[in-house]
Write a protein that binds this ligand. Structure first.
Ligand code: IMP
Ligand code: MG
Length: 178
């Protein structure tokens, strides 16, 4: 299935499920190495990161916890530049190592906002892992510790990412056909 139609737009396969799996395994391998002997808290940003989080966590071999926050900055196929908090932080993160899990870093606004909020609760350290990064859109203000795949500045869907809520269930990643 190389072409899909969601609402009014067509998308074509850009990153295969196998490539996604390899990128997820590589990130898991690095986190297992870097956090050996620690017990980090994974903080996953809903909705988009649910699939990345589930697949990554299956490959994490160290003790860990997982929790979720829900943030939203996209409307349709464009960033609004504003971040809405829909479900907030419920964990005590004082003195903890926190690893934020993001599906994709675009401008970086969502993460800047979350990192600022987390830092007010005195964590031991905050690291960021993202499956995808759009370097051309990224402000570069915060440091991303683990990047799966760098992609061009195209709108994409699949593997958790949506176009107006459709496409999250796709196993591969698809880019919009303009
Ligand atoms: P940022 O705040 O601009 O970095 O945007 C990050 C959030 O916007 C991501 O967590 C996604 O939920 C969403 N997003 C960014 N780019 C795309 C895309 O190409 N397709 C679908 N959602 C996207
Ligand atoms: Mg997201």
């Amino acid at each position: 299935m190389d072409l899909v139609k969601l609402h009014d737009k067509q998308f074509k396969l850009a990153i295969s499920p196998e490539q996604v799996r390899e990128a997820v395994s590589e990130i898991a391998w690095k986190i297992n190495r870097d956090f050996s002997g620690e017990s980090p808290l994974f903080l996953s940003i809903l909705n988009g990161s649910f699939m990345f989080t589930a697949d990554l966590l299956k490959e994490i071999k160290i003790d860990c916890q997982v929790s979720f926050v829900k943030l939203s900055s996209y409307d349709g196929s464009a960033s609004t530049g504003k971040v809405k908090e829909l479900i907030g932080l419920s964990e005590n993160i004082n003195g903890r190592s926190v690893i934020i899990l993001e599906d994709i870093v675009d401008t970086g606004t969502t993460l800047e906002c979350l990192v600022k909020q987390i830092n007010q609760h005195s964590p031991k350290q905050v690291r960021i892992a993202t499956l995808l990064l759009k370097p051309e859109a990224f402000s570069g203000i915060i440091h991303i510790d683990y990047v799966g795949i760098e992609i061009p500045n195209d709108f994409i869907v699949g593997y958790g990412l949506d176009y107006n809520e459709l496409g999250r269930n796709l196993e591969g990643i698809y880019k919009i056909i303009e």
